[in-house]
Design a protein around this ligand. Structure first.
Ligand code: PLP
Length: 431
């Protein structure tokens, strides 16, 4: 039985000086019960908390730790960069190198701008799409999360749905009116919206594989259908690949599914764990960005040399080791197969969605293809399952509405440990 008295004490203390005791709502355990664990270090597949507990973990800093924690190749690059100063506020060679690498790897990106988070990337991309098209409206999908920019906090997934606030107070009606929403995987609904708002829609933005309502895959033809619609209507198609970029394939979900958007937003992975985001796309669109063009977007710490060094090391490694993707796929498939076998033995019929190194278990027997079907999952049972796994030293995302991420640090032996814990936790969660 794992206990965490120091974490409990820290959580009590944190609540006096930090709203809710955490710096990002998804870190709280509100949806699953209990108190968050306060971490001190992580290496490979494990995180260690203040009480000395060790967790095999499947958050991986919400995606970026593809190679596991403290990967040497990334650590070394950061250590080499540190003595040269932490920030210049002037251009560097590294910014060109990483831009060239991203252009090389991501099919839709001809030019790219670095920012500091996924939120900044999506906010900026939509602004550019509006400037480029001269239109105001945007279509997003229910349950997709694109960071906490005002115009995205409409029917938002991730922490917003976990806390039951998919439409946040503080977003003005004026802003909300420009965000139109459709169910994920419902191409007809999108066509109807576009028709009803003829020549007013600047952008359609989506996670090509949704990870923020739990993992939901695009139905066959959905992405291509959006591509065709956007081409026909002069709408900028934006893939938010903050989670899927460089994770599902070197060129992200757009490479995996063979559909090229006009713009792409990227995040945490290009910082190898440092705070980074980026947005890019066709030259003719990106040339609208200041100082090349009239759409203003800036950042004191953008292209930070330490973050660029970490990102370069990570991306170069992924580009030169394509076997990473087959290994991750195999490891994740083994985990999912083991979970399915556990369920079969227990006479359960829950839904597991899986692609590459991302997966989610939903406590429902319905297929999960959109936000409505994701919400049929028994979240109370998820909470019991989460805590049972935690007791067994397995750290999952503390919400039903998140994807899990597998790193290359998960060995075959750890897969067996995970499957054993899963079987026991499922049994416990049923009680
Ligand atoms: N877009 C997607 C698809 C995300 O998953 C996230 C965060 O998880 C964001 C945007 C926002 O990124 P950040 O938290 O770095 O602002």
């Amino acid at each position: 039985m794992k206990i965490a008295p120091i974490s409990e004490e820290l959580f009590q203390r944190a609540q006096n000086s930090i709203p809710g005791g955490v710096n990002s709502p998804v870190r709280a355990f509100r949806a699953v019960g209990g108190n968050p664990r306060f971490m001190v270090s992580a290496k490979g597949p494990y995180m260690y908390d203040e009480d000395g507990n060790r967790y095999m973990e499947f958050i991986n800093s919400w995606g970026p730790m593809i190679l596991g924690h403290a990967a040497e190749v990334v650590q070394e690059a950061v250590q080499q960069a540190i003595p040269n100063s932490l920030s210049f506020g002037a251009p560097t060679r590294k910014e060109i190198e990483i831009a060239e690498l991203i252009v090389d790897m991501v099919p839709s990106i001809e030019k790219v701008r670095m920012v500091n988070s996924g939120t900044e990337a999506t906010m900026s991309a939509v602004r550019v799409a509006r400037g480029y098209t001269g239109r105001n409206k945007m279509i997003k999908f229910e349950g997709c999360y694109h960071g906490h920019g005002d115009s995205f906090l409409i029917a938002a997934g991730s922490g917003a749905i976990t806390l039951g606030v998919p439409d946040s107070p503080g977003v003005t009606q004026g802003v909300a009116a420009d965000t139109l929403t459709a169910p994920f995987n419902d191409l007809e609904a999108v066509k109807t919206l576009v028709e009803a708002n003829k020549d007013q829609v600047a952008a359609i933005i989506l996670e090509p594989v949704a990870g923020n309502m739990g993992l939901v895959l695009p139905a066959p033809g959905f992405l291509q259908g959006l591509r065709d619609l956007c081409t026909k209507e002069g709408i900028v198609l934006i893939f938010d690949e903050v989670m899927t970029g460089f994770r599902l394939a070197p060129g992200g979900a757009q490479q995996l599914f063979g559909v090229t958007p006009d713009m792409t937003t990227l995040g945490k992975i290009i910082g190898g764990g440092m705070p980074v985001g980026a947005y890019g796309g066709k030259k003719e669109i990106m040339n609208f960005v200041a100082p090349a063009g009239p759409v203003y977007q800036a950042g004191t710490l953008s292209g930070n040399p330490i973050a660029m060094s970490a990102g370069m090391a990570m991306l170069q490694y992924l580009q030169s080791h394509p076997e990473v993707y087959t290994t991750l796929e195999q490891t994740t498939t083994n985990m999912v197969n083991g979970m399915n076998q556990n369920m079969q033995e227990l006479g359960l019929n829950f839904t597991i969605n899986h692609v590459g190194s991302m997966f989610s278990i939903f406590f429902t027997s319905q297929a999960v293809t959109d936000f409505e079907s994701a919400k049929t999952s028994d979240t109370a049972m998820f909470g019991r399952y989460f805590n049972s796994m935690l007791q067994r030293g397995v750290y999952l995302a503390p919400s039903q509405y998140e994807s899990l991420f597998v790193s290359t640090a998960i060995t075959d032996e750890l897969v067996q440990e995970y499957i054993k814990a899963n079987g026991e936790a499922l049994k416990e969660a049923l009680l």
